[in-house]
Write a protein that binds this ligand. Structure first.
Ligand SMILES: [Zn+2]
Length: 238
């Protein structure tokens, strides 16, 4: 009786020891694997932060939308890769001179609105500006975002209000990664989201050229930039 009890106790001890080792290894492995997540600052990336409610409600109501480079109605610009071609989420807009002839050319705010984002957005993007616009459609206040990628110079700061036709940037190359062009997106969401540039699922993204064409708010031959302003400031074409 006695030896067998002691034998039982020994095997129980061994079982407990093995269980403890297994548990320690499991916890150790989990901690090791989760360490990068645990060490990451709790603050949410600014790219995913919601636009402040005050900023959104104080946006002016845009009544007209223009093309961001060249002339207001899209002349003097060339779309090298339209929306959805090769899963593209925007238009690649170029000056008509080709290659880097449009480097440093002005990029204009397509409509009255506010600056959601204006800074370096990582390799592949270079400098990015995101504007948020409020407009009215069928009696409802709606929001649309315009996204200006690979820009060279940034001429606005976040939360700043901008007017349609105001120069906000210059055309860039994303630090020499591409021939100079403007990667231009329009989106239905209000968050300052950088995004992938290319994707199969285009929900939330709009065809930029089609949106502007259907929201010009002016006849095609009207070139009166900032005509609503009592003190006209020099616009494009100067
Ligand atoms: Zn692009």
């Amino acid at each position: 009786m006695k030896p067998s009890t002691s034998k039982g106790r020994t095997s129980l001890r061994w079982t407990l020891l093995l269980a403890a080792i297994f548990l320690a290894a499991l916890i150790g492995g989990l901690v090791f694997r989760l360490a990068p997540e645990l060490r990451r600052p709790a603050k949410i990336d600014p790219a995913f932060q919601m636009a402040p409610a005050f900023f959104v409600t104080s946006l002016p109501t845009a009544t007209r939308f223009d093309f961001p480079i060249g002339s207001e109605n899209g002349a003097f610009a060339y779309n090298a890769q339209p929306f959805t071609q090769n899963r593209h989420l925007g238009d690649d807009l170029n000056g008509i001179g080709g290659e880097n002839s449009d480097l440093g050319d002005p990029v204009f705010a397509i409509a009255d609105g506010g600056v959601l984002f204006a800074r370096e957005a990582g390799p592949g993007w270079g400098n990015v500006i995101i504007l948020l616009h409020a407009y009215e459609e069928n009696g409802a206040r709606k929001y649309v975002q315009s996204y200006y990628g690979h820009v060279d110079e940034i001429l606005v700061v976040p939360k700043q209000m901008v007017r349609r036709g105001e120069q906000i940037a210059t055309i860039g190359t994303a630090d020499g990664k591409y021939w100079a062009h403007l990667h231009f997106e329009m989106r239905e969401f209000t968050t300052p989201f950088i995004g992938p540039g290319y994707r199969d699922d285009t929900r939330g993204w709009l065809d930029p050229s089609a949106f502007i064409a259907s929201h010009r708010g002016a006849p095609a031959d009207d070139v009166g930039r900032l005509s609503a302003s009592p003190t006209p400031t020099p616009g494009r074409g100067d």
